[in-house]
Structures are given as structure tokens and as C-alpha cells.
Design a protein around this ligand. Structure first.
Ligand code: SAM
Length: 225
């Protein structure tokens, strides 16, 4: 049987995953910053984590545990706020770490010297990045690629959040992955998140054209309940 983990499940859960959070209603309730994950080494097929690692004081401990339990080549799909988002990230006292497109280069051998793969104080952590995806804000969406890169480096509030597809490297030798499949898997996880307590659906107000359009498209696509 596949073992898949949703790390930092919060109010949402993923069917078919073990949902982990410090919250008491999670399938497994623990502190990611201090408690080992209750899974054997090399036993997990996929870890998904959306906007959680930035909250964990000892984020390297949590990352080390995720790496320990993953099988060689298994994906770690992770979404995080982008470093230069001011309104809900940089000033948020619960967000303890910053992330950008280079954050996981520190765990990829050969990319950056003195990286975690060379950290003699801890069990080595090594991931290979398959993809990252920026969620641009406002006019940044329509800038050409060079303009986007310049804006990311020099301005605030250009990117809201960033998704990564990483694969665990557990031993020497090749690690194979399909970046497009991992992107699709990330999106599938995002779409499958459901609240623990579902609210009953309320009917749309009669003159809400957006709701009518949505209803029509649902009907047209044959997706009605
Ligand atoms: C922004 S929410 C995650 C959102 C959720 N993943 C989703 O898909 O909607 C952050 C979560 O991290 C959890 N969290 C924060 N610090 C933690 C820790 N040290 N150990 C375990 N969970 C923690 C919080 O309880 C919270 O549920």
C-alpha cells in the first residue's frame, strides 16, 4: 500500500494521505519541529505540504524527518509563501522562515557549497528540484521573462507564493523523475484538499450572474452532483 503524508494539514485533509498537524484533530498530532515522524526510514511514497514549513521553528529538523522517511526518488511537493510578500508574510510573527527559488538549492549537491548535504552535525538532507512555479501578482503577470526576473530580485510583492517539486536523494546514483507528472500531482493534491467539517452548500442568490455562469459550466461539463 502507498504511504503518503500531508504535512501541516490544518483545517483540511487529503483522502488517501496520513494528515499530520500539531492540531488535535489530525490523523497524527505532533510537533514537526521536535517530534520524529512515526514512520520507518525509506517507507513513504509522497509528502505533500502546503504553507506549513514557514511556521516550524526548527525547520531543518522537520525537513530532515521528511527526507528520512521518503523513499529514494519519492516526491516532496511543497508550497510556501514567497520571501518578498509583505502583507501576509514578512510581517507575520508566525512566519519564521523565508523562501525563494534558491531555498532548496542548499539541499542539492553541487549547486551550493556548504549545503545541508555536507552538514556533518545532522543526518545529510539531499533533494533534487524537479520544478518550481511562481504565483505572480498583478502587473508582474504580464511582464516578459527578463522583467519578471528583475522584479523578483529587486521589488516587493511581485510573487505571492512558490510551489516546488522535489525528489528525495537517499543514495548515490541516478534519481529519475518526470517534472510534468510532479506538477500535475501537486495540482491534484491542491484540488483534493477538503475541510474536516464541510459546510452545507448554500444556493446562489437569484441575480448573481457569476453563480449562474458557474452553474451553467458545471452543468455543461456534466459535473453536477
Ligand atoms: C497555514 S496552515 C496550513 C494550511 C494547510 N496545509 C492547507 O492546505 O490549507 C499551517 C499549519 O501548520 C501547523 N503547524 C504550525 N507549526 C507546527 C508545528 N510545529 N508542528 C506541526 N504543525 C504545525 C498549524 O497547526 C497549521 O495547521
Amino acid at each position: 500500500m502507498m504511504e503518503r503524508l500531508n504535512i501541516g494539514a490544518s483545517q483540511t485533509r487529503l483522502e488517501g494521505f496520513t494528515n499530520i498537524d500539531v492540531a488535535p484533530w489530525a490523523d497524527i498530532s505532533l510537533d514537526l519541529g521536535t517530534d520524529p515522524l512515526p514512520f520507518a526510514d525509506d517507507s513513504v511514497d509522497c509528502v505533500f505540504s502546503y504553507h506549513t514549513l514557514e511556521h516550524v521553528p526548527d525547520y531543518l529538523f522537520a525537513l530532515g524527518e521528511i527526507h528520512r522517511v521518503l523513499k529514494h526518488g519519492a516526491p516532496f511537493l511543497v508550497g510556501l509563501p514567497y520571501v518578498t510578500l509583505t502583507e501576509v508574510h514578512l510581517v507575520n510573527p508566525y512566519h519564521l522562515h523565508n523562501f525563494n527559488e534558491h531555498s532548496f538549492d542548499f539541499f542539492e549537491k553541487g549547486k551550493l557549497r556548504n549545503s545541508a548535504s555536507e552538514d556533518v552535525m545532522r543526518r545529510p538532507i539531499e533533494f533534487k528540484k524537479a520544478f518550481h512555479r511562481f504565483h505572480y501578482m498583478g502587473v508582474a503577470n504580464v511582464l516578459p521573462e527578463r522583467g519578471k526576473r528583475w522584479a523578483r530580485r529587486h521589488l516587493f510583492n511581485v510573487v505571492r507564493k512558490i510551489d516546488y517539486g522535489l525528489v528525495a536523494v537517499k543514495h548515490d546514483g541516478p534519481v529519475e523523475f518526470d517534472a510534468d507528472a510532479l506538477r500535475a500531482e501537486f495540482l491534484a493534491c491542491m484540488a483534493a484538499r477538503e475541510p474536516y467539517r464541510k459546510k452545507p452548500a448554500s444556493p446562489p442568490p437569484p441575480n448573481d450572474w457569476r453563480a449562474k455562469k458557474r452553474q451553467f459550466r458545471t452543468w455543461w461539463a456534466g459535473k453536477e452532483d
